[in-house]
Design a protein around this ligand. Structure first.
Ligand SMILES: [Zn+2]
Length: 131
């Protein structure tokens, strides 16, 4: 019997659903997909500067698995940059710590399972504009 694949732990959803090149309408772009666990590997290794051993422990995977996920992630990001593609962050084989949902207004990720009308983030920016 095959060993069941362990889910990769990600601490939360990425802040945005994806990235696109400046000045080109979405409908004219082709896209690449960055999986949630690939996003998390880049966030841990490159943004937070963790060593791969540490990132692997955070995601509860083996070091070779982390390396594989991380290298695929960097190839995907590099492809988007070099070929001018949009990058959508979705899918994968992952679990999050706690519940996350997306603000229906600004589409940013917020923690919590309850259905939210809007998050604190877009509320905050609105307050700034009005003062
Ligand atoms: Zn919001």
């Amino acid at each position: 019997m095959a060993r069941p694949r362990r889910k990769r732990c990600v601490s939360g959803l990425p802040m945005v659903e994806g990235f696109k090149p400046v000045g080109i309408p979405m409908k004219e772009l082709s896209t690449v997909t960055l999986l949630f666990e690939e996003y998390e590997a880049i966030r841990l290794c490159d943004y937070l500067g963790l060593r791969q051993e540490e990132a692997a422990a955070m995601m509860k995977v083996s070091r070779p698995t982390l390396t594989r996920v991380y290298e695929k992630a960097r190839r995907t990001v590099a492809t988007a940059f070099a070929e001018g593609k949009a990058m959508i962050i979705e899918g994968g084989d992952y679990q999050t710590e706690g519940d996350w949902s997306r603000c229906p207004r600004c589409r940013r990720a917020v923690s919590g399972s309850q259905h939210i009308a809007k998050c604190g983030l877009c509320e905050t920016s609105e307050n700034k504009k009005s003062t």
